[in-house]
Design a binder for this molecule. Structure first.
Ligand code: ZN
Length: 258
């Protein structure tokens, strides 16, 4: 069980990983009065791009930042013309967008892996070309993700969300410029590996996410992610909140979103 932190006592926060879901509007409304300033609304399938763009175009608080991309789970049904589709979305939004959710998930059936690899490479190359930050999902694939993010020139800014990686892999990804985001539910004990990964993230690369609607956290209670992180890193939650907000601002600036 995590105790909730009163949002009013906290510095601004950003939820860097949230998806569309049935009650998203209600959750965002709940987040509105608190200190949540920005939420990254992340696509998993191309079919969601339009809805995400319209959500983000509405004048809302917190600020909604779109992420367009095709998740590895949908690699087999990804549109042929993904780059053209991404171009259309990136050109249409004001204030910038992220590229995601992309990645490699080798817990999925082996028949999907070849399509996943091809799609990940194409979208990473797109991120580099567009100077967009990549939001990466990685399961049983950390070594291959490390190898792939090294390839594109210029190397895109990237963020590993709920990274399934060892402490050593986290350090190597950080050396490549990576940011890392964690939710309260992904850090609930035992989750030994995820907790070790969170402890290994350099101070200036740590971000928080709800990963709503999976797992039970929401943008409205994003502050809950600070509790296990503060505990793991041995610093007060308020101080951690300030660092994480600084990191969010730096990440968004590097990603070209305003
Ligand atoms: Zn996700």
């Amino acid at each position: 069980m995590t105790e909730s932190l009163p949002l009013s006592d906290l510095p601004p926060l950003a939820d860097v990983h949230c998806h569309l879901g049935e009650n998203l509007a209600r959750e965002l409304h709940l987040a509105k009065g608190g200190s949540v300033r920005a939420v990254v609304l992340t696509a998993a399938r191309a079919e969601e791009f339009g809805e995400i763009a319209s959500f983000c175009a509405a004048d809302t608080r917190p600020r909604l930042i779109p992420a367009f991309g095709v998740h590895p789970w949908y690699a087999l049904s990804a549109p042929e013309n993904i780059e053209a589709l991404l171009d259309r979305m990136f050109d249409a939004v004001s204030g910038g967008a992220l590229l995601g959710e992309i990645g490699l998930d080798f817990a999925r059936p082996k028949e999907e892996h070849t399509a996943q690899r091809a799609l990940f490479r194409r979208q990473l190359a797109y991120a580099a070309r567009r100077k967009a930050a990549a939001v990466i999902h990685s399961v049983r694939s950390a070594e291959e993700v490390i190898a792939e993010v090294k390839k594109p020139r210029p190397r895109p800014v990237f963020l590993l969300h709920s990274p399934r990686a060892s402490a050593d892999q986290v350090r190597r990804l950080a050396e490549l410029g990576g940011y890392f985001s964690f939710s309260a539910h992904a850090l609930a004990p035992p989750r030994k590996r995820m907790r070790a990964a969170a402890a290994a993230v350099p101070d200036d690369r740590l971000l928080i996410e709800s990963d709503w609607p999976s797992g039970g956290d929401s943008p409205a209670d994003i502050a809950d992610a600070l509790i296990p992180l503060a505990e793991l890193r041995g610093i007060p939650a308020g101080e951690l909140a300030r660092r994480v907000w600084e990191n969010s601002r730096r990440f968004f600036a590097a990603a070209g979103v305003s």
